[in-house]
Design a protein around this ligand. Structure first.
Ligand code: BG6
Length: 457
């Protein structure tokens, strides 16, 4: 069967500043953490060992073109642009981002720019990071500076990439700095992130720029083990905590009432100011990026909560391993293609069918060199992964969902936080020692799909 996509469909991939650029003066939390605890990172590889986009941006953009990208998302590094987060703007960073943006446009690739992709300037973390409202203000200033510098050419802005992840990693589950385990502080960080988002949207609207502003959320549909009310309730609470804690503010301009009630009853609500609600209402977006990797399956808890243990989302559910689930064993994530359709239908039916696109979808695989045939990685599993998701996305579009594009994670194999280079995600293989780039079979498949605006399956 032939799957064709709407005219002007966005085909591309996503990456981020910290994971690709290298060579940076401004210190981030990642540089600081890596210097203190290199053992936390796979094979002791830290954030300075990248695919060196800072040096190779021009030839990398040629590769994007070779892959027939019509759009590409990356982020600006706050710490590169404003090394201490709040002070002087670094003119070399302005030159660098101007060159990248201009070259993308020159090559017919629409730049999509994220303002924050997990890379907090260390100077900002030292004063409390997202727990401190001064950092929220500093971020708003940084956003405004970016709009003023690049907003004449960048027409698709994203305030945050997956804002729940620094909350989970840094304040609940110990996989980002500052490795705090404290729900109330996590809730404060999440709340202040929403305020920072809304301030950036306000600044963008005030500047009357020609483009649009949105956010990228990792939406993990919550599936209950069964329709037993106890399982359904568990899935509902997981959905409130991990999806709707950001989705509702940015699309409806307010938090779900039952999330607020739940957290209030456990005394976990962050401190709010009376003027916050009006600001949050101003944060409604024009365009939603959806990152989809895996579903969340839950069931009601099998055991009673230990009242001495820290308050956690898991007080309300257990994770459920569905028998027969399809797994990506390298990343430990379930592969469930219909999830992409369920997300789009939920947006259509419950959120007014907003303009959206798939901003990340991808499959990280270990030791891909074993798949080399005639000098090229034959990653048929990745082509199957992409085409499987695209068929469900296609079904969503054919049923009226307002999905405008599909971006893969990622372009060139890149540094994946604590997993460093363990799992490779790219359309292009990176030899970390020589920096040589080699297009994988999936890259060729994607180039053809983008060119034809369709694929056969
Ligand atoms: C997303 C992020 O969570 O998934 C990326 O936006 C990340 O930054 C990607 O690299 C893949 O996840 P991971 O943890 O395997 O790198």
């Amino acid at each position: 069967m032939k799957y064709s996509f709407p005219e002007h469909f966005w085909w591309g991939s996503a990456s981020s500043a910290l994971q690709t650029e290298g060579t940076r003066e401004g210190q981030t939390t990642w540089d600081y953490w890596f210097a203190r605890e290199p053992n936390r990172f796979h094979n002791g590889v830290g954030p300075q060992q990248t695919s060196t986009f800072y040096q190779h941006w021009k030839t990398d953009i040629q590769l994007l073109k070779q892959l027939n990208h019509n759009s590409f998302r990356t982020s600006i590094s706050w710490a590169r642009l404003i090394p201490d987060g709040i002070g002087e703007v670094n003119p070399q960073a302005v030159d660098f981002y101007n060159q990248v943006i201009d070259e993308l446009i020159e090559q017919g690739i629409t730049p999509f720019i994220t303002l924050f992709h997990f890379d907090m300037p260390m100077a900002m973390q030292e004063i409390g990071g997202w727990e401190n409202r001064d950092v929220v203000e500093a971020y708003a200033r940084y956003a405004q500076i970016c709009f003023e510098l690049f907003g004449d050419r960048v027409l698709h802005w994203f305030t945050f990439n997956e804002p729940i992840v620094p909350v989970e990693g840094g304040y609940l589950y110990d996989f980002h700095y500052p490795n705090v385990v404290d729900f109330r502080r996590a809730a404060t960080v999440a709340y202040h992130t929403v305020l920072a988002h809304a301030l950036a949207v306000r600044a963008y609207r005030a500047g009357h720029y020609a483009g649009e502003i949105g956010i990228v959320l990792n939406l993990t549909p919550s599936y209950p083990r069964s329709q037993n009310p106890a399982d359904v309730k568990a899935a509902h609470i997981a959905d409130l905590m991990f999806n709707r804690s950001f989705l509702d503010p940015v699309l409806r301009g307010e938090y779900p009432a039952d999330l607020v009630t739940l957290l209030k009853s456990y005394d976990q609500l962050p401190a709010c100011k009376p003027e916050d609600s009006a600001l949050i209402a101003e944060g409604k977006i024009d365009l939603l990026g959806v990152n989809y990797y895996q579903p969340r399956r839950v069931k009601c808890r099998d055991s009673a909560v230990n009242p001495q243990a820290p308050f956690m989302p898991e007080w309300f559910f257990d994770n459920y391993e569905m028998p027969g689930r399809k797994m990506n064993p390298y990343r430990g994530w379930e592969i469930y293609e219909p999830g992409i359709y369920d997300i789009l239908v939920n947006l259509r039916d419950n959120y007014g069918n907003p303009r959206c696109f798939i901003s990340e979808n991808g499959m990280g695989v270990e030791n891909e060199k074993r798949f080399i045939e005639n000098g090229q990685i034959n990653d048929q599993y990745r082509i199957d992964f992409i085409s499987g998701h695209l068929t469900w996305l296609h079904k969503g579009i054919s049923e009226g969902c307002n999905c405008l594009g599909y971006h893969m994670w990622t372009f060139i194999d890149n540094w994946s936080w604590c997993n460093a280079y363990k799992n490779r995600y790219g359309f292009i293989q990176l030899d970390l020692d020589t920096q040589q780039r080699t297009v994988k079979k999936s890259g060729e498949w994607f180039a053809a799909t983008s060119l034809n605006n369709s694929f056969d399956k």
